[in-house]
Ligand binder design. Structure first.
Ligand code: PHE
Length: 340
């Protein structure tokens, strides 16, 4: 063993450390040279067997080798840990051919679901679809529907006006007028759509909501026909045990006008929270088409008769799903919307 051999070991160490890929590999190199039976350890131990005048040079060379090993190990460890961090930051390149994440999936709004069910029922009863504009002429929304000039709902307090004679429709009844103007009886339509009222907003009042209008015109249409049609509709929506009740009510465009209620589906008429202990739930306004309305569209009221009804979709949806605040329909709160 001489100094030259010790110096050769140096390049061997350099090479071995260079190949290390992990901290474990570095540890293995350390043990190989500095462990209890490590090569440097054995070298240091064998110095005492060398001739005395050789010993200082051998000792110094061994110590240099030992320091060199420690330095190399430390430098490599540092290098590996820097590479490790970089590894964590590493993002694979974007691959557009990979399948997409199974992210949030949308579905129908609860109002659309209820509206669709209502349409299905009415289509099954022979009604077809009619539509009118949300931005409506005052003439169709009020005048042709026999609203007197000074009727309170014409007030800007209740109605959003665009100009003096253009407004946001306050109900779907103007579609009745538009449809009759362009068709001759017999006709049987529903007109679903959004309506707008200048309401102060609270849990049961919104400034925009949905209605479904119904209109049936023919010769010899009676109040009994209206009653039967409404009964069939609510029984299909709320179940065959549902009964209906007509009470007189006033709307300028019908005569007689009725307020339609059905037996409460919660208590079947006994009285509960849903029906506020009355056993009845109001579902729509209805009545026989007023002769003035027929005259406005050029129908002879002595030849034709008809009924009309109108109901709030939001209200029905609230009843069907036990929703307590109408504002939730427009609130865009996914926690609410995903429940349906
Ligand atoms: N348009 C009335 C309303 O919005 C409802 C209705 C429609 C009443 C048809 C009678 C006939 O309150």
């Amino acid at each position: 063993m001489d100094v030259e051999n010790i110096e050769k070991l140096e390049s061997k160490i350099r090479w071995e450390i260079n190949r290390c890929e992990r901290r474990d590999d570095l540890q293995a190199v350390r043990v190989k040279y500095l462990g209890r039976k490590g090569q440097i350890t054995l070298l240091l131990r064998s110095i005492k067997d060398a001739p005395p005048r050789e010993r200082p040079r051998l000792g110094a060379a061994c110590n240099r080798l030992k320091d060199f090993l420690e330095e190399q190990l430390a430098a490599k460890a540092e290098e590996l840990s820097r590479a490790g961090e970089a590894n964590e930051l590493y993002q694979p390149p974007h691959d557009p051919t990979l399948p997409a994440h199974d992210g949030i999936r949308g579905h129908r709004h609860v109002i659309s679901m209820v509206l669709r069910r209502m349409k299905e029922i009415f289509y099954g009863m022979g009604y077809s679809l009619a539509e009118g504009p949300d931005v409506e002429l005052e003439y169709y929304n009020f005048q042709a529907l026999n609203f007197p000039e000074e009727h309170p709902s014409r007030d800007t307090q209740d109605t959003f006006y665009v100009t003096d004679d253009i407004l946001l429709r306050t109900h779907t009844s103007p579609v009745q007028i538009r449809y009759m103007e362009s068709h001759t009886p017999p006709l049987k339509i529903i007109a679903p759509g959004k309506v707008y009222r200048n309401e102060s907003i609270d849990p049961s009042h919104a400034a925009e909501f949905y209605q479904v209008e119904g209109l049936y015109v023919d010769t010899d249409v009676s109040l009994a026909d209206l009653k039967k049609e409404v009964e069939i509709f609510v029984q299909q929506l709320f179940g065959p045990q549902t009964q209906i009740r007509f009470r007189p009510d006033f709307f300028p465009f019908v005569e007689p006008g009725v307020d339609v209620a059905m037996t409460c589906f919660g208590c079947l008429g006994k009285g509960c929270q849903i029906c506020k202990q009355t056993g009845w739930i109001e579902v729509m306004g209805a009545g026989m088409v007023h002769p003035s309305v027929f005259r406005a569209v050029g129908y002879d009221p002595d030849v034709y008769s008809g009924f009309a009804f109108g109901m709030g979709v939001d209200r029905l949806a609230m009843l069907m799903y036990g929703i307590s605040d109408i504002r939730l329909f427009l609130a865009d709160d996914l926690r609410f919307l995903y429940q349906f």
